[in-house]
Design a protein around this ligand. Sequence first.
Ligand code: OGA
Ligand code: NI
Length: 361
Amino acid sequence: MAMNLEDRNSLFNFVVEEGYGVKGLMDSGLSTVPQPYVQPPHERIPIKNAHICEAARPIDLSLLDGPDHDRVAHQIARAAETLGFFQVVNHGVPVELLESLKAAAHEFFKQPPEKKAMYRKEVSPSRLVKYGTSFVPEKEEALEWKDYVSMVYTNDDEALQHWPHPCRDVALEYLKTSMKMVKTIVGVLMGRLGVTLDEERTEALVGMTMVNMNYYPPCPKPELTVGVGRHSDMGTLTVLLQDGIGGLYVKLDEGTDNGEWVEIPPVHGALVINVGDALQIVSNGRYKSAEHRVRTTETSARVSVPIFTVPKPWEKIGPFPEIVKRDGVARYKEVLFQDYMNNFFGQAHDGKKSLDFARAF
Ligand code: OGA
Ligand code: NI
């Protein structure tokens, strides 16, 4: 393979355009981090000492069905207002399915490059399935150490027909078993703000879903790279399955906690839930779409499987009127979600800057 790793064009061509990904780069026998992946010092992620973090103690969702309902609802709302992240157990998604999902992610990425590259955006047989690397490689100063495959859900038939084989059945099952929980949590969160969500309003918030499989190959020098750079998720709620390796960090509040970063530790059988930009917007800022990032590791490949639940593209998203009335001010303007998405995917990750698109003042 004629590839000069220090030449950005040559590397870009191999990793992005030919679809080898970071995994292909590592499989070519790499022992250093090529320059295009070296982050500027202020973006690098130091190893942190274990930090006691609320999100380390998962919330038992089954308690929502009993006498502890209000206490648990309060716990969920509190987490969504402060950290924007929490973990849940007894979530209704079978733990064996979580294990199968991680295995499926490894199976997809260990395929030969051409089996993955056939899903590159430019050539994918379906507009629903996209394999790629980094986030927006054309726009990034330093590339992210991550490959992914993204599967948008429209209906069962299309999913069965187009989603790649190693992931298809488990991803579909994961999506189905998670959505009940997502709707319950969104209902609890909006209920606390005095907003009643009927089926139509719920659909407007979480009517579009996609399952991603992320693959973070081992990295020769994790202190120089990022798996995913600082960002918030664009949608309503994200459900994330992470494996046991760790490395997911969330930024604490700038005002009260100096913007320190804490790790969301892996908990076997738990799912991570986080608030996205759309929920911050409709709640008029009450719920916080958390800034987060992923560190790479030296020894083994990490996988994660997020479900992004987002508004339908043609929905107009703005703070709910009953909340604005109570708050006396609308902190965000109404945006067509398609425009919000285009803006989100049009630039490199840059913390919570994505929200500026909807900021009212
Ligand atoms: C994401 C993300 C975190 C992880 O895909 O948006 O934040 O742990 N992933 O992979
Ligand atoms: Ni994210």
